[in-house]
Design a protein around this ligand. Structure first.
Ligand SMILES: C[S@@+](CC[C@H](N)C(=O)[O-])C[C@H]1O[C@@H](n2cnc3c(N)ncnc32)[C@H](O)[C@@H]1O
Length: 290
C-alpha cells in the first residue's frame, strides 16, 4: 500500500471540504483517548528513545499540541521529577487534559497553556526545556519550520525534541473485515488516501535543516483488535467515521458491508484487526548538557 502523502513537510487534504476534520469534532476526543490506550506500546518506545537520547531524566518538558493529554500524562508518569507544560489552542482539549491529569494524580506537575503554536508559544515557558514532544500536531501548524526553530531555541543544549506522526501504512486483517467482501479493507484505505487520510508528514530534512543532530527516525505500529473491548470500540468508531466520509466514494455493496462490520464490532463478535504505522523522530539540540 502506498502511503497517501510521504513528502517532506505536512500534507493537505486533496479535496476542499473533505479534508481532515477540526479537532473539536464530535467523537475525536474519545477516539484520541482510545488511540492513547491502544498506542501505549508506541508511546513507551518513543519515551524510551527520548530517555536514551537525553541521558538524564528531564525536569522541564513541553507537549506541543497536547490535545486530550495522551503524551502529557505519559510524560508525567515516566518522569516523576519533571514538570510538563501542555500547550494547545483548543480550550476544550485542555479542559479534558486538566481533568485527566487530576484523575491520574499528576495535576501538580502539569501546567496547561492555551496558546497558538503559530505564535510566541515559548514565552509561556519559565526557562529552557529538556524535552519537547509534538505528537500528531506538527502537521497542523501553518509554519512548521518556524515551530521547529522555536522548539530548537526553547530547548537547552543537549535537549531533545520527539515528533510523532502517522506513516499511512494501514492494513485491515482479514481484508474483507469479516464480511465476505474481498478487498474491502484495501478499498477503504485507498479511498481514504484519496481524501487525504490519514494525514502523514516527514520531518527528517526539516529537523536536520533546523540544526538538530543527531536526528533519528523509527517506524512502529499501533494495532487494534475487535477481540478486545477497547479495540472493538475504537474500530467501530473509526469505521463509522470513515463510512460517513466515504458515503459518496464507495459502492453501495461496500457501504453495506461496512455496516455489517460495524454491527459485528458493536456486538462483540468481530475479530477484525487494524495495523496503523507511526513514525517517531528523536532530534537532539547539539551542545553540552548530558
Ligand atoms: C491530533 S491532535 C493530537 C493530540 C495529542 N498530541 C495526541 O497525541 O493525542 C492535534 C492537537 O494539536 C492542536 N493544535 C493544532 N493546531 C494548533 C496550533 N496552531 N496551536 C496549538 N495547538 C494546535 C489541536 O487542538 C489538537 O489538540
Amino acid at each position: 500500500m502506498t502511503p497517501p502523502h510521504t513528502h517532506e513537510g505536512h500534507s493537505h487534504p486533496l479535496r476542499p471540504g473533505h479534508g481532515p476534520a477540526p479537532e473539536h469534532d464530535t467523537g475525536l476526543a474519545e477516539l484520541l483517548d482510545l488511540d492513547a490506550a491502544l498506542g501505549a506500546p508506541v508511546l513507551t518506545a518513543a519515551l524510551d528513545a527520548a530517555s536514551a537520547a537525553l541521558g538524564t531524566a528531564p525536569r522541564r518538558v513541553v507537549d506541543l499540541g497536547a490535545g486530550t493529554g495522551t503524551g502529557t500524562l505519559a510524560l508525567a508518569a515516566r518522569f516523576p521529577g519533571g514538570r510538563v507544560h501542555a500547550l494547545d489552542a483548543s480550550p476544550g482539549m485542555l479542559d479534558r487534559l486538566g481533568a485527566a491529569a487530576r484523575t491520574a494524580q499528576v495535576a501538580d506537575r502539569v501546567e496547561t497553556h492555551l496558546v497558538d503554536l503559530d505564535g510566541d508559544w515559548p514565552a509561556v515557558l519559565p526557562g529552557a526545556a529538556d524535552l519537547a514532544w509534538a505528537a500528531l500536531s506538527l502537521h497542523h501548524v501553518t509554519d512548521p519550520a518556524q515551530v521547529l526553530r522555536q522548539a530548537f531555541e526553547a530547548l537547552r543544549p543537549g535537549g531533545v525534541l520527539v515528533v510523532l506522526e502517522m506513516t499511512g501504512a494501514t492494513a485491515y486483517v482479514p481484508g474483507d473485515l469479516g464480511t465476505g467482501r474481498a478487498g474491502l479493507g484495501d478499498r477503504l484505505v485507498a479511498a481514504l488516501a484519496e481524501l487525504g487520510y490519514p494525514v502523514t508528514a516527514e520531518w527528517t530534512t526539516a529537523l536536520t535543516a533546523t540544526g538538530f543532530a543527531p536526528v533519528r527516525r523509527h517506524e512502529l505500529a499501533v494495532t487494534a483488535s475487535g477481540g478486545t473491548a477497547e479495540g472493538a470500540r475504537y474500530l467501530a468508531l473509526q469505521l463509522a467515521m470513515n463510512r460517513a466520509r466515504l458515503a459518496e466514494d464507495l459502492s453501495a455493496e461496500d457501504l453495506a458491508a461496512l455496516d455489517t462490520a460495524i454491527a459485528a464490532l458493536g456486538a462483540g463478535t468481530s475479530e477484525v484487526a487494524l495495523s496503523s504505522g507511526r513514525a517517531v523522530w528523536t532530534a537532539v539540540r547539539p551542545g553540552a548538557g548530558r
